[in-house]
Design a protein around this ligand. Structure first.
Ligand code: NAD
Length: 463
């Protein structure tokens, strides 16, 4: 079925995209399985796979500007971000896994006499990657790079809201020498994801998206072939400023960026700001000032830092959350849709002062430019509030005493914890993923290979 797609920037018609049906999914799985069994990719030496992936990285680099523009038009992200961060980040991830795969070794175990025991890593087979719209290319690459490096055949299901960059990079993969049917992109709605997760001939689903969909995928796996599932889900991450942190302006600037960048559509956004009562007034004054730098603008203007909300459905979801918030907390800034005349979807930076941490605006993931400020009196209370959430994706703590900051970091139940900054270091060496209902399994780093491989023990007996 062909679906007309419009840009969230200004509603302009972008293109018609073919959305797959069950028959397309079945055919793609069959071809991916055949490709895996043929060994055209899975049996290539790690060094050969590395060369192809590196060529692919170079092609992405050659097409960086087109890709960035495509991503901006499709998702409403600012061109400054797609050019400097989204596309280069995806290339970096691809090159990192290309480089790591011929340096990843198995082990020989010291066994009894007459036995030679080896532990090796093998590809799983056919992997489906299902990804969201907030970082379409980057989230896709976080899954493609390790799964392809490992030798799997991969089916990529982009979000129905942002399919373009996935289609574009798949074409470049073929040009780089990736054998046919090793990577297939299946654009479509949630039903395509559901067909994949119920499929009997898929070995693993690597998912990034909402908890609601993550649960459905686990049920589908349990009721089909027990395919491996890894989930990167949502968050409501705490950002704690301790009263001894000396540079409150820096902390306030970072707190604003932590929630307002990407229009708040970041799973690890610092959406809960925990302020000690003694510094609250000062930090709020600075925060209101710093937030002005995050007013949304035309995503195609290189000076713009914050772009559009992905679509009208999500815009309404955020505005509803804000209306609910107004009834339970004090609105300090923003709260309104702006730039309506553009024909696109934009919301101004919004800040609530919450009476306590259990109000819904401080508990539920809004996935928009909405910050909830929570006041605390003691460090113990701050840690308790920070951990009193179903999520556990990220957290940050700011302290003038770095040793103390590290001690607090240990108490925070989250997959990534930042001390005296908020997510300022982008490095593929670092694992990314959640505790609790933020999911399980890790993207990036050597640990990501665990999601895309089986571990085999082979034991030889010799007389
Ligand atoms: P979503 O769950 O609605 O959709 C994600 C993907 O799943 C899309 O491709 C969608 O088509 C597909 N899908 C929908 N129904 C499905 C089904 N029944 N079976 C299989 N697949 C199905 O999420 P979204 O709105 O696209 O993304 C926002 C969410 O993603 C937020 O909760 C955010 O926190 C989370 N996220 C997490 C991370 C992370 O690394 N932890 C990163 C980015 C986004």
């Amino acid at each position: 079925m062909l679906v007309n797609r419009h840009s969230p920037i200004d509603g302009r018609f972008l293109e018609s995209v073919y959305y797959c049906d069950k028959n397309d999914v079945d055919k793609a799985v069959l071809k991916a399985r055949r490709a895996f069994q043929s060994g055209s990719w899975s049996n290539k030496t790690p060094k050969e796979r590395k060369e192809v992936l590196k060529r692919w990285g170079q092609l992405l680099r050659n097409h960086l500007n087109e890709l960035a523009l495509l991503e901006t038009l499709d998702s409403g992200k600012p061109i400054s971000a797609t050019t400097s961060s989204d596309v280069p980040g995806a290339i970096d991830c691809l090159e990192w896994f290309a480089e790591v795969i011929d340096k990843t070794h198995g082990a020989v175990i010291p066994s009894e006499q007459n036995f030679l025991s080896m532990v090796t890593r093998e590809p799983l087979g056919v992997v489906a990657a299902i990804v969201p719209w907030n970082y379409p290319l980057l989230m896709a690459m976080w899954k493609l790079a390790p799964s392809l490096a490992m030798g799997n055949s991969v089916l990529l299901k982009p979000s129905e809201k942002t399919p373009l960059s996935a289609i574009y990079i798949a074409k470049l993969a073929l040009e780089a020498g990736l054998p046919k049917d090793v990577l297939t992109v299946l654009p479509g709605r949630g039903d395509v994801g559901a067909f994949l997760s119920h499929h009997l001939d898929i070995d693993a689903i690597s998912f990034t998206g909402s908890g609601k969909t993550g649960r459905k995928i686990m049920i589908a796996s349990a009721s089909s072939n027990l395919k491996r599932v890894s989930l990167e889900l949502g968050g409501k991450s705490p950002n704690i400023i301790l009263p001894d942190y000396p540079d409150l302006k820096r902390a306030a600037r970072s707190a604003a960026a932590a929630i307002f960048m990407n229009a708040g559509a970041i799973c690890s956004a610092g959406s809960r700001l925990l302020l000690h009562r003694n510094i609250k007034e000062k930090v709020l004054e600075l925060l209101l000032e710093e937030s002005q730098a995050f007013q949304p603008g035309d995503p195609l203007n290189p000076a713009t830092t914050v772009g559009a909300i992905i679509d009208e459905i999500h815009l309404k979801y955020i505005l509803n959350g804000i209306e609910k918030g107004k009834k339970e907390a004090k609105l300090l800034l923003g709260g309104k849709q702006v730039r309506k005349e553009s024909g696109g979807f934009y919301i101004e930076p919004t800040i609530f002062d919450c009476p306590h941490h259990k109000v819904s605006i401080a508990k539920e993931e809004i996935f928009g430019p909405v910050l909830s400020v929570i006041t605390y009196d003691t460090i113990e209370e701050a840690i308790k509030i920070a951990n009193d959430t179903e999520y556990g994706l990220a957290a940050a703590v700011w302290s003038g005493d770095t040793g103390f900051g590290l001690k607090i970091a240990k108490d925070l139940r989250a997959g990534s914890v930042w001390v005296n900054h908020y997510d300022d270091l982008s490095d593929t060496n670092l694992p990314f993923g959640g505790y609790k209902q933020s999911g399980f399994g890790r993207d990036n780093s050597i640990h990501a290979l665990e999601k895309y491989s089986e571990i085999k023990a082979t034991v030889l007996y010799t007389e």
